[in-house]
Design a binder for this molecule. Sequence first.
Ligand SMILES: NC(=O)c1ccc[n+]([C@@H]2O[C@H](COP(=O)([O-])OP(=O)(O)OC[C@H]3O[C@@H](n4cnc5c(N)ncnc54)[C@H](OP(=O)(O)O)[C@@H]3O)[C@@H](O)[C@H]2O)c1
Length: 266
Amino acid sequence: MKVLVIGAGNMGLTYAEGMAKSPYLNRRNLMIYDVSPEKTLELKEIPNFDAYDKIADCLPKADVVFIAVKPYHSEELFNSMKNLVNENQLFISLMAGITINTIQEGLGIKKVVRAMPNLPAKVGLGMTSFTESKEVSRIELIMVRNLLDTTGEAIHVKNENFINASTGISGSGPAYVFYFMQSMMEAALKMGFSQNDSKILVTQTFEGAVALFNDSDLSPNAWMDMVASKGGTTRAALDSMEDNNVKELIKEAAYAAFDRATELGQ
Ligand SMILES: NC(=O)c1ccc[n+]([C@@H]2O[C@H](COP(=O)([O-])OP(=O)(O)OC[C@H]3O[C@@H](n4cnc5c(N)ncnc54)[C@H](OP(=O)(O)O)[C@@H]3O)[C@@H](O)[C@H]2O)c1
């Protein structure tokens, strides 16, 4: 199977590196194309990736086409692809807010998978959700899951509404975690810790909490009860968060991202 990645930015390169590890293909079968000639020169240095200068030289050869350009470049890209595609090819799009229908109409093809990735894919801990047009077969879906799994975890969702919903949870989610980390680091600095110590205190706390959580079947609520004794320090912090409605505000933020993703797709 031949896979072509279009757009060698953050996501395109990350998925290219991941997919090269999939049993469905090896590096020699991974073609990559970017509009920037400087980037293409750099790509040609990566061992065993086939980097192309012209889309006409690679697109017709591909079985699977992975689209990883920014959404605002989609129209221009579709125009450059339209006459080079065929109906047997499967297209996997990472473009936020660009619907399956828009891709089908823009390219004049039927088989489309729309996926929502997140940035931790860069370190192999990504979370990708995906859904497909009805023309994509079950066997093709298994292959897609296998390709997406190479950058972390992938879940199949039943429609595009869940792609927008997962944007609000996992797509934008790393930024919510960074927000929490930043707030805790600022508190540590204010308490007098050095920049470096603040960073270690916070990052190790996050890593430790996630590792503990993953090591058991307990819910976050159950873990909070284990950490917080009545009248103690943790309870004082959790009570302060409850009094300030922090949980509701976080849920509202996730919905804001979900609503924005839905709006962008219209
Ligand atoms: N980054 C995230 O956390 C994240 C999360 C969820 C979804 N996504 C989605 O992932 C997609 C890629 O995002 P990214 O952060 O990887 O973007 P990026 O770093 O800007 O990479 C896109 C690459 O595509 C190139 N490009 C632009 N037009 C092209 C064309 N017509 N043909 C070939 N290559 C072209 C760009 O070149 P120039 O730089 O010269 O324009 C750039 O190298 C986006 O659609 C985004 O919505 C990203």
